[in-house]
Ligand binder design. Sequence first.
Ligand SMILES: *Cc1c(COP(=O)(O)O)cnc(C)c1O
Length: 382
Amino acid sequence: MNKPVYLDYAATTPVDPSVAEEMVKYLTPDGVFGNPASRSHAYGWQSEAAVESARRQVAELINADPREIVWTSGATESDNLAIKGAVAGHDNPHIVTSVIEHKAVLDTCKWLEQHGVEVTWLTPGPDGRIRPEQVSEALRDNTVLVSLMLVNNELGCVTDVAGIGRMLRERGVLFHVDAAQAAGKMPVDVSALSVDLVSLSGHKVYGPKGVGALYVRRSPDVRIEAQIHGGGHERGMRSGTLPTHQIVGMGKAFAMARDRLESEMAHLEELRASFLQGLSDLDGVTLNGSSEFRVPGIINLAFEGVEAESLMLGLRGLAVSSGSACASATIEPSFVLRGIGLSDELAHRALRFSFGRFSTAEDAAFAASQIVDVVSRLRAVR
Ligand SMILES: *Cc1c(COP(=O)(O)O)cnc(C)c1O
């Protein structure tokens, strides 16, 4: 059976073959398999050197100092560490976030709310963007943290992190940004942005699953409390033996992302344009989220008069999703689409198409023609 065309890069990306090639050098007896924390022999030193080289590669993509990178198991853990770690030790803390964050942020904030932390849940405009004034108005004397994502995983829209960060720096409030969908897809420069904590994931950038990082600003010094204890790795912020092969993979993937950022963005802009062009014969198609402030690879579309469930079933040749991977077991409409003000009915008509490094012009043309066929067919039998 022919595999469907993969258009779900926002859910995960395949590991780039050169990344995989690098990773296998850090597993077997003939490779660099030592514990990077072993100080007494060359096996440990070699692993440590590999980990530190990857730390530089990850830091370089976001223009950070390598000492500001803490390894984690993925962006979910980074989000947990940033938010719980920043709130810990404060009396009566208040945090500000939005209703369209990734579940890793939403559920962490909900859990904290159940444990006595005050949370303000901001609602974005129809473009999916939170405005700096909204954040500013939500601040209180006891606000310790604002957590907002840079690129939304369902809509692809980009938050005004620069504007919000400037304001928060003046007000002395910490700013956490989930950049899992932004790294490698748009320029991210933590030196230019007033952000304090940034979550990153390996597997959204052609690295392996199960590894991520948290950027923790050193100047001005940001203090967070560890959430995993035992051994004091990562300068006490995150204990656990470092998975050298995963870390080397993420480092290589981030170095490749840096080298290719411009050409990859141009490639995705082209695919986006031809995909949308291919759909232009179809009436009643609307783009969800900002058409101006967005990354090129994520396209969320609503189809008038067509249920997304039926459309997805009809699109046998395409691997797509209606939004976040974790929500696909339920047929509840996406909380993100509801969060930007879509009715349940409209939210049920939307699908997310996400393109990536290995997508081709043929994929984009094939996807568009499949959609035109299936949507026309479904509309005809209404
Ligand atoms: C995928 C994703 C995460 C979770 O990352 P994992 O590495 O899979 O834990 C968090 N936030 C956003 C915005 C994501 O897209």
